[in-house]
Write a protein that binds this ligand. Sequence first.
Ligand code: PEP
Ligand code: MG
Length: 887
Amino acid sequence: MRDILGGKGAGLHEMCRIGLPVPPGFTITTEACIYYFKHNKEWPEGLAEQVSEAMAELERVTGKRFGDPNNPLLVSVRSGARASMPGMMDTVLNLGMNEEIARGLAKLTGNPRLAADSYRRFIAMFGDVVMGLKPKKGEVDPFDAIMEEVKAEHGAKHDTDLDAEALMEVARRSRELVARRLGREIPADPKEQLEMAINAVFGSWMNERAIEYRRIYRIPEDWGTAVNVQAMVFGNMGEDSGTGVFFTRNPATGENEIFGEFLLNAQGEDVVAGIRTPMPISELARLMPAVYEQLLKAREKLERHYRDMQDVEFTIEKGKLYILQTRAGKRTGLAALNIALDMLEEGIIDEETAIVRIEPDQITTLLRPIFDSKAKKEAKEKGLLLATGLPAGPGAASGRVCFFPDEVEERKKEWGKVILVRIETSPEDIKGMELSEGILTSRGGMTSHAALVARQRGKSCVVGCSALEIDYPSRRMRVGERLISEGDHISIDGSTGEVFIGEIETRPSEVMEVLVYKTRSPDDAPLYKRFARIMEIADNFRRLRVRANADRPSEAEIALTLGAEGIGLCRTEHMFFEGERIDYMRKMILAETESERREALAELLPFQREDFKEIFRVMNGKPVTIRTLDPPLHEFLPNTEEDQRELAKKMGVPYEKVRSRVEDLREANPMLGHRGCRLGITHPEITEMQARAIFEAACALKKEGVDVKPEVMIPLVGHINEFRDQESIVRRVAEEVFAREGVRVEYSVGTMIEVPRAAVMADEIAQGAEFFSFGTNDLTQTGLGMSRDDYGKFIPDYIAKGIYRFDPFISLEPGIGELVRIGVERGRKTRPNLKIGICGEHGGDPDSIELCHRIGLDYVSCSPFRVPVARLAAARAAIMEKAKSEE
Ligand code: PEP
Ligand code: MG
């Protein structure tokens, strides 16, 4: 029921059903929240009555009364959307208090300190979350400031050193602060408090952080949040009470062990906020063995029930355990892989589930670099180890220090790589975190905000590095005598928690060592074996084939080792830049007559032929799609006068000639100009040379006994006649080469579909083309009428305003998806067996891959390093489709 109750609500009700100790409560549905926003912030009819009835029931179950100073019921009011959005929305604890009730609670519990502590927390939370009292720019949290003020007056070091009266004073000053700053009092009537808190939780669905989070994780705006109202339990009742978080398995490594941390005598938010650094859960076994036993039982029950690793919040009230929340735990790529395979081996889940449990993007963390162990050892020997914190997000990262999340974007432009260093992070910081190579905090534990975000996003992260004394105003941090300033290089190892001064060389991951660099044998690479196993399972489920975009033999080789089943796009122009090739290319462009042009092309031919031979050899019989020249010619000529003069000298032509050629080639809209098949149409000799290189290479290899499957692809075709023009050149040259070489090679000629006309006229184009490959970079550009080179300037506003939910050049936009669907349908009407793929950047994006699967493409083609992602995404798409059809 998570759509209606939200993740947290569904979890609470479910846990209650299976007999776990959950504090009693009720959930207001996400539908009520959606109604609230659609109807000018009004509650749906009947909600007010239902809330009253549920509160009455809660009073009955707990034997307490809401608003009764002699026996008060206090509640928590928490958000909870369908998808987990940790820390993004609001929560109010201890609701139902006023000064009189606080005094009553003190009497009732015989614990005046607890009552006062709960009351001052309530005032601060209500003042902030519900009434909206936020710190002014540059100001520390004003409620924290009051706490510090009172602590100073009492000579107290920690919050826990303050007695009940001092805490009541904190509450009083906090209340006055709210009244003074906002001109409104915090209501004393618990019913009014509840209504306002429910509205605030609804409202937090639309706060800036939540909107930003939804944008990054592509969560729809219209889901809304549920509101959970629950009887409070108190982790701050003394040393036999506490609060904590645990994962049913290790979220960093996946190891099958309980993993978590807790604080004694504390309330819920203290752990997640990273204010005090908590104790590891194993300490609980020592301090409260009976509770620890209960915790282990709950762990087992939860895993058996949910058949997935859970992230659980708990509170201990006077030695009694309560579970406050459970949800599937966020995990690193490494943990995702290990948990999926372990649970498969343990018989808890099946193969389909194992695949679906790994986010395709997560697998890239297994390919990411780690520190070179020699370089790291040297750094240690040189005394560059600065400090050690908790290893919260594996992987190595080097970069320059930046202390302010909202400056990361700017600094990154200047410095390339940035490590974000904070005392602690908060949900406001998410954008800066996203853009950093790695994150380092001085406070907080393995479940702090920084740690959660880093694990989810595959960032290297070290938290709780308490040796760092960070001073924001001076933009510096200190460890003992050592001073690090903004802009200095540091390196962090998120697998060990080590922080180093300076840059440390990184080394390929185990998987890369085995597969790509071949410097490690698979037998002594346990992680590689697991990677290979999950890939093997994925391959058994997927229908889509996976190819790679590769222009050089070395790229083809990497792609092949990572599982590519062919080359989906070889951009031949990329071969024209290396070494002396660019000179011949430029000579060709500067040529004034066809014969001069042919001369220059003849010099390019051997280079192309050798490149193709190598690629064919590497791919050894797997299909290779080679595209004829595509970019506008000006891209090959130098831009500046200085470079143009140098070129003129080198070519032995007057500078004026070079300059005027550059002028000739200048276009107002080069992306819509003289490029793609238009080049081959105006200069058939270019296509001719490329075709000759392809077929000569193919014949040579065939003679060597190597199997070859060239597919020649014509770019930017919109009209069948464009295709016919180029196809005839390719076929004529093929026949000439076969006749001369005395062998024939099987080949096909197809087209890219990258302008809307080609998609809608696909039936006609398929009369000629033997295969299609959707060039969704250009199809997005031409379909949306949005320049792929310029859209970066305005797309952030589009996304901020919700016009597009995501970057259409990263993930296939539905309108472009529809063009693809039309192209497939019409193309196959003419040629039922038409082979169809995609080779735009979207070919490596999991959501787009799912769409490609549904539309019925034969393959996706992506960059070599994304091949494993695509294999997993393709398997997941097939599994999800099957699950849907069985529903
Ligand atoms: C495309 O347009 O999607 C494509 C693959 O071609 P290019 O990016 O080279 O224009
Ligand atoms: Mg293109």
